[in-house]
Design a binder for this molecule. Sequence first.
Ligand SMILES: [Zn+2]
Length: 660
Amino acid sequence: MGFDLVVRGATVVTPGHREAADIGIAGGRIAQLGGTMTGTEELAAHGLLAIPGGVDAHTHLVHQGLAARVGFPVWVDDFWSGSRAAIAGGITTVGNMTYPVPDEGGAEETPGAAITREMAGAAGEAAVDWFLHPILLHPAALPEGEVGALAGSGHASIKMFLSDPDLAADEPALLAAATAAQAAGSVTLLHCEDGAMLAQAGEQLIAAGRGTVANFPDARPVAAEVAAVDQAIGIARRTGARVYIVHLSSAAALDRCRRARAAGLPVYVETRPLYLHLTRERFDEPDAAKYVGAPPLREQSDREALWAGLAGGDVDTVCSDHAPWTLQAKLDPALNVVTARQGVADLETLMPMLYSEGVVTGRITLDQFVALTAANAARIFGLYPRKGAIAVGSDADIALWDPGHRRTIDGAHMQSRSGYSVYDGWQVQGWPRFVIHRGQVAFADGQITTRPGDGQWLPRNRTAGILPAAEVTPRTRAIFRECPGPELGADVAPVQNVAQDSVHGLGPPPWLQASAIAMTATVVTSHNSSTACGKPRRWYVRRVCRGPGRERRTARREPTWIFSRPGISSPEASRVNMVSRAISAGSPLARSSLIEFRACCSHVLRLITGPPIASPRPPRSRRLGEHRDDRPGGAGRAGRAGTGLPAAPRPRRRRPRRGS
Ligand SMILES: [Zn+2]
């Protein structure tokens, strides 16, 4: 069939697998991977890696007009210059921090009002897709139900600063906000530095005549980070809230998180490039202030621990914390250890620096690079696999990466208005040659080819995100044990909301048609479908595990948690049926380890997929998006032509028994 765009010959990177294959794109989404195809437009990408466009969940872009309104210096990139910086470095989605500022009357906005303002400001500027994290500066003063209302309108995260001593001391307010976030399905982002310790350290330095910015690292010691991380872990423990620690910087803090995660607490860890590439020796340089970010640059041992954390899975995401200032603003001699301007430009350099220093050097694998820069953030913030995956049905956000390209970083000629980079002069290997955003070429050979407003807001709601550990039921665990593969935990992700997602129209949601997660077939069979008596409709799932050494093992049928309740409206019920038909048809999830599929009383469907399961390399003739036949001598089968739908199931299903 003809597509809008065909990318020819790139090596498609999916978890555990590489294959040179053409990519067919239609309607802004990936429609076919591999096989024969033609396109209205074609892009030659031989020798390039096709990886998911980056998902940078932590940026500080300031829409136009806001700087004038607040009346004090702010970060210098708006959503347009920030988008350009993102795209030029392979990033196609950003999550921006939305600060309440004084409104026209001088009163501080509510988080909801700030979101409304920023939504309007970003819409005309952004060329990447974007989502917003509402910042709660004063959670104790929030209007009743604000966190839930924010999540209900698609902003399913909150951010709070433990570096604010008043807020850090107000445990009831913190716990209430985290509890509300947990109830609303939101992620709680926390800046982890102990505000009281910071204040004391800063005062002491100034009193001792050591107040210059060169002493900034001493004003924000590791102990302050560890104390706040302990507090954050306590919040996760006491509320069950999913806590996401932004820009973690030290070995000691990482160790606390590692232990908390081992204990099953829903604690996610982000770090940022500064801590991976630079150490506090930079503060011996005459222009030390240009390296200021909070937490500050740490020791070499911290840097090594963070790299080990990336490789070992203890760190979930690398995000830019793009917070750009001009060099002149950073080097303002009036600033001291307390007032130093925090943050650096890093959107354009995040992925190339991590690739060069991580993948090229062998510190991390290419799969880990993709997970850290795209897939994990997409999972945590409820965007996976629409974002963060090269898969049929996913948005066509693709960085076509030239792994051999060498470049010297030169911030003066990059997209951010910052005008400099903390990595100026670094030699890097690996840079995107083309970046495709929603099927449009947004960057080609160094040129930005997108426009302000080409980006779209990404709603996130209560069904989005990673399955909290608390929701991993014993049954789920039992099912998982039947398949080889990694343990349950942070990788268990519900594929998000079907019922409320209108963009998919009438057909099965495109993301249902494929998954980047490899292997194990699932067949759902409906049973006892009458709901007239008011009993739940039951469904049975039969799982065929196909991992190594488990060829054709058929798991026992498991009743799943999918049911429609009395009073469920017919559109929702028909969607349940639609989705189940899609699953019954085999292929949509045939390559995923679907374990749970349910409709809750709010008519929300969840597909909870498991972690990747290693599978043997498929024959090269097979289309990437194609159902796989594991019978000895079996041949791959094509999907239904033109529909993106799978072929009909093989007739070897047994009829399910009633009940269970
Ligand atoms: Zn930040």
